[in-house]
Design a protein around this ligand. Structure first.
Ligand code: ADP
Ligand code: MG
Length: 248
């Protein structure tokens, strides 16, 4: 699917963030086109999670600007609520509510945030559970499912909020190897439908086949970015080369 390179759904300009004295994100500039798929990689501690958490305001930046589909991310509570309905995040450790059934995990947000009726929310939830091929588990609790199944539930839960942008923070790195593919396949199917997504991952096969663009971070900065083909075959920066030599 072609993307319109003039229609930016995310605009990040001269953005900085500190944790106390620690300068965790240093002059981030990033425009994301509607429908674009970006893979973010880089060594542990380079600021990947912090960057994507800033995009749905789970973390706040201190300098520069972040604009998500026309919403300027500031302390304005209304804007924070709005951005949370547009941007949905899938975490490494699934973050499902253990005391709620799978179905209840999926309907909670639509009922309380989207003010949807229970019946309507359950219908939509069942559709998305079917989409991630797990509808038969709806009445179970998260602890009764495998890691791969729980992560597919977490993705379905995100989809129930009908987001325009999905953020994935190492969605497969807590999974046993045999479960990685089932989760990546679900993400690939979203990609095929044109979802805008930013995926922090070290699954380089996935990056090669799915990403429009790969971004490499180190020390809180975007060090290098390119289309996947050139990124992997011809990395420019020494730190990128070192990183790739360690993971490939
Ligand atoms: P990555 O996802 O690339 O591994 P993170 O964004 O999680 O990196 O973290 C970047 C740096 O910020 C790390 O040095 C980490 O220790 C630090 N950090 C992350 N979260 C916090 C926090 N809440 N308070 C202080 N330092 C943090
Ligand atoms: Mg991280």
């Amino acid at each position: 699917m072609d993307i319109n390179k003039n229609d930016f759904i995310i605009k990040i300009k001269d953005m900085h963030k500190w944790y106390g004295e620690f300068h965790v994100l240093n002059n981030i500039n990033l425009n994301v086109s509607r429908g674009e798929r970006i893979v973010i990689c880089g060594p542990s501690g380079s600021g990947k999670s912090t960057l994507i958490r800033c995009i749905n305001r789970l973390e706040e930046h201190q300098r520069g600007s972040i604009n998500v589909d026309g919403i300027e991310l500031t302390d304005n509570l209304k804007n924070i609520e709005k951005v949370r309905t547009e941007v949905s995040m899938v975490f490494q450790h699934f973050n499902l509510f253990p005391h709620l059934t799978i179905l209840e995990n999926l309907t909670l947000g639509p009922i309380w945030v989207r003010k949807m009726s229970k019946k309507n929310a359950e219908e939509i939830a069942m559709e998305y559970l079917a989409k991630v091929q797990i509808a038969e588990q709806a009445k179970k609790f998260p602890g009764q499912l495998s890691g791969g199944q729980q992560q597919r539930v977490a993705i379905a839960r995100s989809l129930c909020m009908q987001p325009r942008i999905m953020l994935f923070d190492e969605p497969t790195s807590a999974l046993d190897p045999e479960m990685v593919k089932e989760v990546l396949d679900v993400i690939i199917s979203l990609a095929e439908e044109g979802m805008t997504m930013l995926v922090v991952t070290h699954e380089m096969g996935f990056a090669k086949s799915v990403a429009h663009r790969v971004i490499f971070m180190d020390g809180g900065m975007i060090i290098e970015e390119n289309n996947p083909e050139d990124f992997f075959s011809n990395p420019q920066n020494e730190r990128t080369k070192l990183f790739l030599s360690q993971i490939l």
